[in-house]
Write a protein that binds this ligand. Sequence first.
Ligand code: FCB
Length: 459
Amino acid sequence: MADGRQAAVAGASDFPSGFLWGAATAAYQIEGAAATDGKGESIWDRYSHTPGRIEDGTTGDVACDSYARWREDVDLLAQLNLTAYRFSIAWPRVLATGRGQVNASGLDYYDRLVDGLLERGITPFVTLYHWDLPQALEDRGGWQSRDTAGAFADYARAVGRRLGDRVRHWITLNEPHIIAYEGYLYGTKAPGLSHAALVAPVTHALLLAHGLAVQALRAEARAAARIGLAVNVTAIESASDREEDVEAARTLDGLWHRWYLDPLYRGTYPADVRALLAMPDDLIRAGDLELIATPTDFLGVNYYTRVRVRAGHGRGPEPEVLPAEGQLTTMGWEVYPEGLTAVARRLHQDYAPGTLYMTESGAAYADTLAEDGAVHDPDRVRYLRRHLAAARDAIAAGVPLAGYFVWSLMDNFEWQRGYTQRFGLAYTDYATQRRILKDSGHYLAEVASANGARLVMED
Ligand code: FCB
């Protein structure tokens, strides 16, 4: 706690009043209860149970057991003085096979969670798709098929109908780029396919699903719905000023960022990336691009790190990405707070989404439970302090940033890395399922209660 306490001194807040202080999670990473109360199988259930796919051989079958322990999680959020919570809904809990009969008890769970949050004055941010596609839909083509977009709209409608009187903030998709690249090009996340030709059709189906869900939610949600999606944005820098390296950085930005943001905000796929990914012309049907560009209310930004790029061959269609240097987290990601400011400013300037939220930002470190019963994580305290300062700098530069969600509320199942990565503000003791606030959690609680005023800049 020492570091967090020293870091907290009084000062005027540079964050607008009403700025949301939050934490984020995702269903498969925390809920467990993989087959409880009528939940169907998801592609992550299938993938994590496939030998060799998960680094430590684990699954999300139990995870943080949040399906049973959600009240403790709400208590934790309250203890953290947070005013917002971003969580995701497991599609196969609501529709076991992805479409058809709605499973009321699956929705009951989220209904109770939403009420529990609202009772504590915590604003729910609901993500509809954080990667756990119903396996039955995958068996019929999954995101390779545009039919899945239609199924997603029906699912969005069912959720909107049930929760839309109380939930105002909706995120349709989490990180379409990671879904397409890791799920279908590199095979490192579910469903674990690797074909370069899949990136374009999968992206298109995802973005259609987004557009249809925006319309479905607008029609169903009774509270004034605020709808957006969350994209992962990396600070991409060229390794030198050489023209070919600058061009390589532009290419990677195209593959990772413009490929998603241009259709969403400009109604067109960038021509250079279409060529690189060999997007077939007949993929886009009349009306598709208008649907994808349906106006939204905010952009969610997940920011973690930077990469440096130079001309040369990297993975698949990508130019060469240099090995990360400097201070690294246990994910191997460089700590680079300046990139958060740069990314936020760029998104505001190029796409003007109106309102931005940092929907994820955080770091994994090798935390341990100390003899004094606390979890001392000075690296994460420093990480948060520097990234919050970077967010403040973006606001000072005119970016309409309205909230900041730390990834994650507690240590959880980190996809193909299993339980090897601890991102939490709270330490999860998996043997007992006890959550223990780390020093960084205590630090954030002080910052949040003062609306960022007690945020100290010096290291
Ligand atoms: C993001 C994911 C989130 C978590 C963090 C570390 O890409 O959205 O679920 O795994 O990375």
